[in-house]
Design a protein around this ligand. Sequence first.
Ligand SMILES: [Zn+2]
Length: 295
Amino acid sequence: MRNQIGTAVLVLAAGGPAQADAQTVLNLKHKEHICSFAPDEVLDETLYSFASSDEARALVADIMSTVGLVPRFTVFAANVPNAAAVIEGEERLIVYSESWIQNTIANNRWAAVSLMAHEIAHHLNGHTLEAGGSRPPTELEADSFAGFAVGRLGGNLQDAQWLFNQLSETGSDTHPPRSARLEAVAVGWREGSAGRTAPGSAPEPPVVMRESADFILPQSTTRLLTAQDLAPLSLADLRLARNEIFARNGRSFQSPDLQAYFASRSWYRPIAAEVSLTAIERENVARIQAEERHR
Ligand SMILES: [Zn+2]
């Protein structure tokens, strides 16, 4: 899975069919359009990128849901120190180190939320469109959104600040000192936690470490499905895969067999009988339906 590339996502963004290749090489010529998480981070000019894991994409979707937006980013694992927001041509990229996430914060899901939310904020706030890369004011805006996302998704202030407590006390030309960043996180967290839809309900961290094996078609929400994706599936599996797209958006089901099947999936959280799908998801539902009729 990780040896596939992100090109599939790039191609998809252009409206063409998804394809699988070897890894993609990104040449970052406009290094000033890079916002990173920590000071003294130097990105190599050439990044070797890999398809992001399902958990990373799910994480980005969770964070975007806090502001009611659909992710419009290409998320790559790549050889970066931890994470960065990058503009490459017309593409808004978030690159992150899978090994850093796995080794450093695998047991702290909120730290992963903080990190990714920080990078997402750089794109949402247009920082990556400005020349100059990381600057203290834009870093604090990104930190504040990290706190907001953790608060909105149900984490406490300690969860939101944990990652920032790992930073060095002093800042740099590009990044403010730790005390300022902790304060920015706290301000964002207060706003995010105040807007929680169900205050008092026991918060559950977003599931970062999702087992891709737990999905019939792990990529059905992130890229267009191909005939090759669908060919190996039985008719019964196609039906489950089609409903899986709705289930991933929290749909509750009437059919007892679908109820039982999705109840056994660790990621499933039924929310409503009607859920809205993204354009990609709607197209994938149509493609699976067409394949079901064709059998
Ligand atoms: Zn940053």
